[in-house]
Design a protein around this ligand. Structure first.
Ligand code: ASP
Length: 316
């Protein structure tokens, strides 16, 4: 048995205290607590890091507040297309899906791809066919609907703009009630194995089958027991170009940086240089944890066997 830890995020971006109502703040913090509780229970019972990150993500996907699973943002065509990925740092096994519809928990489908498909990354209709074949739970469109996301999309749908669901651009009148956030989890279990998972609806008004960084192994999600497990959130196009998650791993492997140092280099230097707004969470195989963002805020939380336990939203 060794120290174990779980870190989660619910999206980063322009999250300001003055835009938040007290009720909404409480709702976010308790949703993060629920996810930590579910994931940490797995680690406490000596479950694997893989199982812990999945358990935490399922709770966040089921919550309408976050842009993943239920409550995902709308595409240009007015539908919800979701992306997710999971990676096992012990074996380097990975599974990912992009552009899936009506899948209740895209992270479950990503795990199914990892375990039972002989492939790593499935997209669109093929991924949906695989979900049906494997008996993954589906839901009708209404299940995923959120009035807030719909209103957010209505502001953008006649334009060529797409929006990170965390930014003010074109959405000022909606900010009082803004609800957003790709979700992610990373864990180190009691056996020193680590895993990462990310799930998202992507960006409001995305089109042409746009895929962000979240399901791309190495960009938004990566795990390797020798270095780190990382889950990102932010403007996906820039995180893809920075190969952000894998770059943290490379800085640790090839330059000998610590988890904290490597994440700082990627989030606060490399991504800032290309205006890549967002953040990431990480753990290493010793159970060290870090969370970093270059935006105004990031919904986040952590709990570890050393007794550290918190959920936060803003910079502090
Ligand atoms: N990174 C996600 C994407 O670009 C968005 C987010 O983090 O909210 O699809």
């Amino acid at each position: 048995m060794q120290p174990f830890s779980l870190v989660i995020h619910g999206g980063a971006g322009t999250i300001l205290k003055e835009d938040m109502t007290p009720d909404l703040e409480i709702a976010y913090l308790s949703a993060l607590e629920d996810a930590l509780k579910a994931g940490y229970a797995v680690l406490e019972q000596e479950g694997s890091a893989n199982k812990a990150v999945k358990a935490a993500i399922v709770v966040l996907e089921d919550n309408l507040l976050f842009n993943a699973g239920r409550g995902s943002v709308f595409t240009k065509k007015g539908v919800q297309e979701m992306d997710a990925a999971i990676m096992d740092g012990r074996t380097l096994d990975a599974g990912a899906v992009a552009g899936v519809r009506n899948v209740r928990n895209p992270i479950e489908l990503a795990e199914e791809v990892m375990l039972n498909s002989n492939h790593v990354f499935l997209s669109g209709k093929g991924a949906n066919d695989f979900a049906i074949k494997q008996g993954i739970k589906l839901e009708p469109d209404e299940y995923f609907f959120s009035q807030f996301r719909y209103d957010q999309w209505k502001v953008l749908r006649d334009s060529e703009n797409y929006s990170l669901d965390h930014t003010h651009q074109g959405l000022e009148e909606l900010m009082k009630d803004k609800k957003f956030g790709t979700v992610g989890a990373v864990a180190c279990d009691a056996f020193g194995n680590i895993a990462a998972a990310t799930s998202t609806g992507g960006m409001t008004n995305k089109k042409y089958g746009r895929i962000g960084d979240s399901p791309l192994i190495g960009a938004g999600t990566y795990a390797n027991n020798n270095t780190c497990a990382i889950s990102c959130t932010g403007h996906g196009e820039l995180f893809i170009r920075a190969v952000a998650a894998y770059d943290v791993s490379c800085l640790m492997e090839y330059r000998g940086l610590s988890l904290q140092e490597a994440m700082n280099e990627v989030v606060n230097v490399k991504l800032v240089k290309i205006q890549g707004e967002g953040g990431m969470i990480g753990v290493d195989a010793k159970g060290n944890a870090a969370m970093m963002f270059n935006s105004e805020g990031m919904y986040r939380g952590m709990k570890n066997s050393a007794g550290e336990h918190f959920v936060r939203i803003y910079k502090d």
